[in-house]
Design a protein around this ligand. Structure first.
Ligand code: NAP
Ligand code: 8YV
Length: 314
């Protein structure tokens, strides 16, 4: 019944979901086309297609050339890949996939905390390279009694805090506004960094947070401290981070996200005091399936003219 509706898919965000969308809609796979072919497709779809599906943190700007566009259904919660100025000025609605990925991302953040504090990646190499027979592995640092500072105590930040409580960490945080939870609030990132043994960024991307975490923050986290980023790479001055890790201003780091993914600052890849993951916060089979389901439900709601399930509101 829905097959008569056109759907423009910007990128290959999740194969299983795209297969399901292919069955329900007349889909058009934008990422497979040359620029000339894209232009011709958009011209052909004008007036007939009003729906786009895309990854949330990255999209193809060609989607905005479709003047009949009414809804962008994003796969992902952080919508920094979407041109908010354009969508607001044209009244294009946007949906994302909050909550269904919160547990997976919070689990990964805890994984990075333990990997960095106990040096797990180097410990694995130590055993595999036969070094255990020749020397002993250096001690790590414990979590219990230390302070975890969370920049961005939103849905995922709170889920991390709940997990961290079980590890006996003391939780402090910074947001633009205070939340009603018994954690210490800091009105600035600098104050949070000063208080933190482990400073964890769970901030969204976009212009407002771009480059907020820089040299002065790393100095305040300090030579015994750890910086974890599971939010967005754009929040961080990556060059300053690599320098702080190399010169000892910052003790260690664990990163899931980067300034220019999938490119990673070459300096970071040569350091042994940083754990680097390829943006896998939500990458479990179950979570990606749930994210895809939410994309489909939002598109179906738009077609049926019922309330969108998870519309992004300002
Ligand atoms: P959320 O519930 O909207 O939480 C965002 C938090 O950041 C809020 O508490 C917000 O509080 C705070 N915040 C926003 N802008 C700020 C600013 N300029 N200064 C200080 N605090 C600010 O979102 P979420 O669901 O937890 O997701 C957070 C982000 O995680 C996403 O946007 C995405 O970038 C990232 N993410 C990464 C992965 C991964 O795979 N690594 C997966 C999912 C999500 P205030 O509004 O009070 O400031
Ligand atoms: C990505 C994420 O969407 O939800 C977000 O904001 O960063 C991730 O879940 C995921 O990598 C799929 O592209």
């Amino acid at each position: 019944m829905l097959k008569r509706h056109h759907l423009l898919i910007a990128n290959k965000f999740h194969e299983d979901t795209i297969e399901q969308l292919d069955q329900q809609y007349q889909t058009h796979h934008l990422w497979k086309l040359t620029n000339i072919e894209k232009k011709l497709l958009i011209k052909r779809l004008e007036g007939q297609c009003r729906l786009v599906a895309t990854a949330s943190w990255d999209t193809d700007p060609f989607i905005y050339t479709l003047r009949s566009l009414e809804l962008i259904a994003c796969f992902g919660v952080g919508i920094d890949g979407i041109d908010l100025v354009t969508v607001r000025s044209r009244g294009i609605r946007v949906t994302n996939t909050p909550d269904v990925l919160t547990d997976a991302v919070a689990d990964l953040a805890m994984g990075l905390l333990i990997s960095t504090s106990r040096n797990l990646v180097n410990a694995d190499k130590f055993v595999k390279m036969g070094s255990w027979q020749k020397s002993s592995f250096p001690f790590g640092s414990g979590l219990a009694g230390k302070t975890l500072g969370i920049a961005g105590l939103g849905r995922i930040g709170k889920a991390i805090a709940r997990r961290a409580e079980a590890f006996k960490l003391n939780i402090e945080y910074h947001n633009r506004s205070k939340v009603n939870l018994p954690y210490t609030y800091h009105p600035s990132l600098e104050a949070l960094a000063t208080a933190s043994d482990f400073f964890l960024c769970m901030l969204p991307g976009g212009d407002v947070t771009r480059g907020l975490i820089s040299k002065n923050i790393f100095k305040k986290i300090g030579p015994l401290g750890t910086f974890i980023n599971v939010g967005r790479g754009s929040c961080v001055d990556e060059e300053a981070l690599a320098e702080a890790l190399a010169n000892g201003d910052l003790g260690s780091a664990g990163l899931d996200v980067y300034e220019r993914e999938p490119e990673v600052n070459q300096k970071l890849t040569t350091l042994s005091n940083v754990v680097l993951l390829p943006h896998i916060g939500s990458a479990t089979v179950e979570t990606r399936k749930a994210m895809g389901q939410l994309v489909i439900e939002n598109l179906n709601a738009a077609i049926c003219k019922t309330k969108l399930i998870t519309e992004v509101k300002d």
